[in-house]
Write a protein that binds this ligand. Structure first.
Ligand code: ADP
Ligand code: 5GP
Length: 262
C-alpha cells in the first residue's frame, strides 16, 4: 500500500530516484513496525565463541529467526553460501548498498558485512523474534534505528584463551599468524565498546554461557509479554539480571586487565 502512495505523490521523480524513495519509505516502516517482535543483537570479538553460542541457542529456543549476513570475505572451513553467510563480490555488495538494501553494514577486517532489511520483514511476517550476529559498528547503527533492541556482548575469558580459540578454530585452514595478531588487536578495540550493550556474557564454560544466553532471550520475552512469572521464569530472570551491564563489573575486570584496557 505504501508503494502506491509514494508513487502517487511523487509522479515527476525519475525512475531511479523513485525506486530509492520507495525503498527508504518501506525500510522506515519496517523499522517502525518491527516492535511487534524482539530484535536481539549479539556482538563479540572474533573467536570468542559467538557462533557456537548462537547455534546452541537456535537449537533450544523456538520462534527465533537468525539473520544470515552478506559478506565479501571468502568462505572458511565448511561454511556454505546461504547458511553461515551469503558470500558476494564487492561490486555486488556495493550495488546492494546503493539500493539501500541493508539495515546496517560495516567494513570489518577489510571486508564488507551487512544485514539485509528483508530479514526484518520476514521475521515480522512470520511473527518471530530476530537475532543479529553483527560487529560493534553494526550494533551502533541498529540501536539508532531500533532503540528497543536487546544487545548482548560476548567476551572471551582473557586474551590468551582468545588467541588459543582463534588458532584452533579451523583445523583445515592454515592459520596466518598475522591474521591472528590482527584479530587480537581488533578484539581489544571491540571490547572497549562493551558498555554500549545491555547484557555481558563471559564465555568461559560453554554450558554456563549457553544457559545465560538462553535466560536473557527468554526473560526479555517474558517481561515484554507482561504475563505473571512462574518458578522457571523467575529463575531465568535472576540469571539474566546477573548478566546486565550494571551487574557485570566484577566479571569483566579480569578480561579488561588481560587486554590492558583501563
Ligand atoms: P566466533 O563465532 O566468536 O568467531 P566460534 O564460535 O567459531 O567463535 O568459536 C571459536 C573456537 O572456540 C571454536 O573452535 C569453538 O569450538 C571454541 N569455543 C567456543 N566456545 C568455547 C568455550 N566456552 N570453551 C572452549 N572452546 C570454545
Ligand atoms: P567472521 O568473519 O569471523 O565470521 O566475522 C567477523 C566479524 O563480522 C564478527 O565480529 C561478526 O559479528 C561481524 N559480522 C558478521 N555479520 C555482520 C553483519 O551483517 N554486519 C556487521 N556489521 N558485522 C557482521
Amino acid at each position: 500500500m505504501g508503494k502506491f502512495r509514494v508513487a502517487f505523490i511523487t509522479p515527476t521523480l525519475p525512475g531511479v530516484a523513485l525506486v530509492e524513495k520507495i525503498t527508504k519509505f518501506r525500510n522506515y516502516n519496517i523499522f517502525k513496525s518491527l516492535m511487534a517482535g524482539i530484535l536481539y543483537i549479539i556482538s563479540a570479538p572474533s573467536g570468542s565463541g559467538k557462533s557456537t553460542l548462537v547455534n546452541e541457542l537456535r537449537s533450544m529456543v523456538p520462534n527465533l529467526d537468525f539473520s544470515v549476513s552478506y559478506t565479501t570475505r571468502t568462505p572458511r572451513g565448511s561454511e556454505q553460501n546461504g547458511r553461515e553467510y551469503y558470500f558476494v563480490s564487492r561490486p555486488e555488495f556495493e550495488k546492494m548498498i546503493a539500493e539501500d538494501k541493508f539495515l546496517e553494514h560495516a567494513e570489518v577486517f577489510g571486508n564488507y558485512y551487512g544485514t539485509a532489511c528483508r530479514f526484518l520483514e520476514e521475521a515480522k511476517n512470520s511473527g518471530k523474534d530476530l537475532l543479529l550476529d553483527i560487529d560493534v559498528q553494526g550494533a551502533a547503527q541498529v540501536r539508532k534505528k531500533v532503540p528497543s533492541a536487546v544487545s548482548i556482548f560476548v567476551m572471551p575469558p582473557n586474551r590468551e584463551v582468545l588467541e588459543r580459540r582463534l588458532r584452533n578454530r579451523s583445523q583445515t585452514d592454515k592459520v596466518d599468524p598475522k591474521v591472528i595478531e590482527r584479530r587480537l588487536e581488533n578484539a581489544q578495540k571491540e571490547i572497549v565498546n562493551y558498555k554500549d550493550y545491555g547484557y555481558i556474557l563471559v564465555n568461559e564454560m560453554l554450558d554456563k554461557a549457553v544457559h545465560e544466553l538462553k535466560a536473557i532471550v527468554l526473560s526479555e520475552r517474558t517481561q515484554r509479554s507482561g504475563k505473571s512469572l512462574n518458578g522457571t521464569d523467575s529463575e531465568l530472570l535472576r540469571t539474566a539480571q546477573c548478566c546486565l551491564l550494571a551487574n557485570s563489573h566484577e566479571k569483566v575486570r579480569p578480561v579488561l586487565d588481560s587486554f590492558k584496557i583501563s
